[in-house]
Design a binder for this molecule. Sequence first.
Ligand SMILES: NC(=O)c1ccc[n+]([C@@H]2O[C@H](COP(=O)([O-])OP(=O)(O)OC[C@H]3O[C@@H](n4cnc5c(N)ncnc54)[C@H](O)[C@@H]3O)[C@@H](O)[C@H]2O)c1
Length: 484
Amino acid sequence: MSTLTLPKNRDLYYGGAWHAPKDGQTRQTASPATGERFGPVAVGSGEDMAQAIAAAKAAFRGWRDTPPRHRAAALKIAARILRENKAELAKLDAAESGNPVSAMLKDVDMAADGLDFFAGLVTEIKGESIPMGPDAVNFTQREPLGVVGRIIAYNHPLMFCGAKMAAPLAAGNTVIIKPAEQAPLSVLRFFELLEGVFPPGVLNCVNGGVEAGKVLAGHPDVAMVGLIGSVPTGRAVMAEAAKTVKPVMLELGGKNALIACADVDIDKVAQGIVAGMNFSWCGQSCGSTSRALIHAEIYDAVIARVVEKLAAFRPGDPTDPQTTMGALISRAQYEKVLRYIEIGKTEGARLVAGGGPADVAGLEKGNFVAPTIFADVTPDMTIAREEIFGPVLSILKWTDEDKAIEITNSVEYGLTCSIWTRDLVRAHRMAQRADAGFVWINKAGPHFLGAPFGGVKQSGIGREECLGEMLSFTREKNIHIALD
Ligand SMILES: NC(=O)c1ccc[n+]([C@@H]2O[C@H](COP(=O)([O-])OP(=O)(O)OC[C@H]3O[C@@H](n4cnc5c(N)ncnc54)[C@H](O)[C@@H]3O)[C@@H](O)[C@H]2O)c1
């Protein structure tokens, strides 16, 4: 790993400077593939987080009053910095998060695109005027909220940092990023590269775990908190935020369904099933279509084709550009995924591919799990109901459309859904009926900047990657002027 550019600063960044954690606590991160250690990183306590919140609060008025086009200019510089350092940041992300560098290069682009996108939208933070007759002018204006907390998950460390800071900053809020404690290095390196781009206190970063996250969610001087994480964490963040009645934006988990009708092209749907599972990320993606509901008429043929396509995913060293599938983030996640595989076997699902650890020559310490497929899964089985966040696909058989929709909607989640059919009338009907915030028809996987992404039910609250995300970080004020 000698070619990695590791961050020199491993402390907490707030108020425009690096600060050692008050209690001196650090945490060592390691490559999920090789086990190589990357050195200690500061772990912020609740007290450290409170200091960062004070710095962000002090910077708020200045940033709020900065002309929007100047705020946009800073975001564009941040985007440029990402693109200029793309190779180094992607490699660092790959080494620490375990995802293949080829995928992480795209993540850097997505972060930069998100920054540019919201920079371009700053003039859309508009109000409206309400007609009151000749004796009054009544209008609304949108104002930023104050300090915004952004708590992020480990699966796209840099992309979530860059893309999720963009909307609140564009709207004039100051921001505290809390990276995932498993993978903070690319975020820290980005913050090093960003020095001087934003005024002190406008953009801050406090690495840490539950304690730091809790303080960020509950602190009275934080106006809003956004989380990308699991459903239990979403509930915890909401409960903390409730103490000061602050709004939350929650992007949580999923157990997303892909529904294949009988009229589809077998090869295309098999490709969609594999793409939707995000095997490159070992399935560690919230939008993964980890339940494939396949019509009985094409069931066996599709399964056979899906198994063939798995050959494209060979677990390997994430920093190797040729690697197509990475390693799970931690030993704990690895063991959790293997437990789910055992549960699948015990509950009677038919294993058709994978089913255990993957051997990678020379990387015996890696958290590698073979891409795994279970067929004949029934809706009541654990692997049909719970988010595994691993490379485990559950395939279910259906014949009746109503039943397929009922199964789709039978879980607590509702993030994405992918529907495959040549009959667009049917596709629209099914899309209307699916409890999901984001539906693909004859596609699975991609997000589109400008198109709202977010969940229903316990998959979350709020919509991101669109104008609405930025407006969520503002509030409306009504002003009435009497002219008489
Ligand atoms: N919907 C989306 O856009 C999206 C995207 C990526 C991941 N996810 C979800 O994230 C989960 C995987 O990530 P994870 O394991 O890192 O999730 P996690 O919920 O364990 O942790 C997410 C973040 O929350 C912090 N955190 C944990 N407990 C907290 C608490 N009580 N208060 C405040 N902060 C707390 C963690 O330190 C981390 O930064 C999966 O469920 C996945 O579906 C959702």
